[in-house]
Design a protein around this ligand. Structure first.
Ligand SMILES: Nc1ncnc2c1ncn2[C@@H]1O[C@H](COP(=O)(O)OP(=O)(O)OP(=O)(O)O)[C@@H](O)[C@H]1O
Length: 417
């Protein structure tokens, strides 16, 4: 179910936005439109929805329109055209009171530079939003306390912001956003000001927190690794246009265009692509229904030296080689079970292929992919498929991200001229 729905959204900055639409329709670039009209196309026909409970990442280079989108979502700025529904309600049709209510109770913002009030203690910073919303003192203290504990800052209630490290200050920012128990957290480059180690730690903590709280998070970043790590789905933006929306795997394995392809080509794919994306379905033998005869015929027909065997509920029971199955068939046995070997290589569908590489290199037969809870057999993954996937990723690596950045900088220079 979607909690945010954005349809055909445009934001044009400048004096005469109406002049801009025919030019967009003609296919003029953002740069050309700026030169012709003096207007900047901040968002160009963006449509997406954010599902309840997911981490939705808006990712793109500087100037691609990420912040403009997030500011439209809480209507800090008004879109030029298009529709934004928050929990099914059109944000453009809300009056001031309704809008305030949505900002207080549904959407909560976490900023890059923390936005803490320097002379207020940590707990009073966390209480701030509740105070403005008129929540009584006792109740807001209790909520702020709970929120600080959630982010691991119990004991720092009376400190001042400048007594805390950058990472801790951002946790206060997060606690403040969480204190009003919003449905959606809007996080604008929230970890970008932190140094790399602390940043990684904050990403891990956010994922842990999210596993417990199941909030909806819209996270903005220009960092692809951060996007791939945090995002359940990622929207890649370029010049105000949403170039692709997909899971990290979808984006890595099926980039929508050259821009996305070049953007993602230097990523270590093996850490993101999971077994389920590469596994293939295969014929299996089902016991007790199928005996040695069926197993032998199947392997002969398909040219296999062994085959996976499942039970009637498709749970993996083992593997049988053609030699063993033939022996049983010759001795007129009906039951395949005595020939089963259980020395299998098994992995769950969500295992990154980086974790399977070692096994795949030494395994004599494919890895069985099995649903973790039920033990149901899903498919197999062989060494050739893993290698082909990883090799593909490297083979295309001809245009590094730096080049995209340079091109982008050139475009920026043109604008300045
Ligand atoms: N108030 C404004 N007036 C004019 N142009 C603006 C305004 N705000 C943003 N823009 C332009 O809109 C485009 C999108 O900007 P936006 O800040 O949304 O990008 P971004 O992807 O968030 O980049 P960054 O990471 O640098 O903030 C840019 O070309 C920017 O110059």
């Amino acid at each position: 179910m979607s909690i945010i729905e954005v349809n055909d959204l445009f934001k044009v900055f400048g004096h005469d936005p109406k002049r801009v639409f025919p030019l967009i329709e003609k296919g003029l670039s953002k740069n050309q439109i700026l030169k012709k009209t003096g207007c900047t196309v901040g968002i160009n026909n963006a449509s997406f929805n954010v599902r309840k409970g997911e981490v939705f990442v808006l990712m793109g280079l500087s100037g691609s329109g990420k912040s403009t989108v997030i500011r439209c979502l809480n209507r800090l700025i008004s879109p030029t055209r298009g529709e934004i529904l928050i929990d099914g309600r059109d944000i453009m049709k809300m009056n001031k009171e309704e809008l305030l209510q949505v900002r207080r109770s549904t959407l909560s913002m976490v900023f890059q530079h923390f936005g803490l009030l320097p002379h207020r203690s940590i707990i009073r910073n966390v209480e701030y939003g509740l105070e403005v919303a008129g929540v009584p003192a006792g109740e807001r203290r209790k909520k702020a306390q709970e929120s600080l504990e959630l982010v691991g800052l119990k004991g720092y209630e009376d400190s001042l912001p400048n007594e805390l490290s950058g990472g801790m200050q951002q946790r206060v920012g997060l606690a403040r956003a969480l204190a009003s128990n919003p449905e959606v957290l809007l996080m604008d480059e929230a970890f970008s000001a932190l140094d790399p180690l602390i940043r990684t730690q904050m990403q891990d903590e956010l994922l842990e927190l999210q596993a417990r709280m199941h909030k909806t998070i819209v996270f903005i970043t220009h960092d692809l690794d951060e996007a791939l790590k945090l995002g359940d789905r990622i929207a890649i933006m370029k010049d105000g246009v949403v170039a692709q929306i997909g899971t990290p795997e979808e984006i890595l394995t099926h980039p929508a265009d050259d821009y996305v392809r070049r953007f993602v080509e230097n990523v270590d794919r093996s850490k993101v692509i999971t077994a389920s994306a590469l596994m293939r379905k295969t014929d299996v033998v089902t016991i007790p229904k199928d005996g040695p005869h069926v197993a032998v015929r199947l392997m002969e027909k398909k040219g296999l030296s062994s085959v996976f065997v499942v039970d009637s509920e498709r749970r993996l029971a083992g593997r049988v080689t053609i030699d063993d199955a033939v022996k049983l068939e010759r001795s007129k046995q009906k039951d395949l079970s005595p020939a089963l070997t259980t020395d299998l290589y098994v992995a769950g569908p969500d295992t990154p292929i980086a974790d399977l590489l070692g096994t795949a290199m030494t395994a004599k037969y494919p890895i069985a992919i099995q649903e973790e809870d039920s033990g149901r057999f899903l498919g197999l993954l062989d060494r050739a498929t893993i290698l082909a996937e990883m090799y593909d990723g490297e083979e295309d690596a001809t245009t590094p991200l730096d080049e995209i950045l340079e091109e982008h900088e050139d475009a920026e220079k043109e604008i300045e001229v």
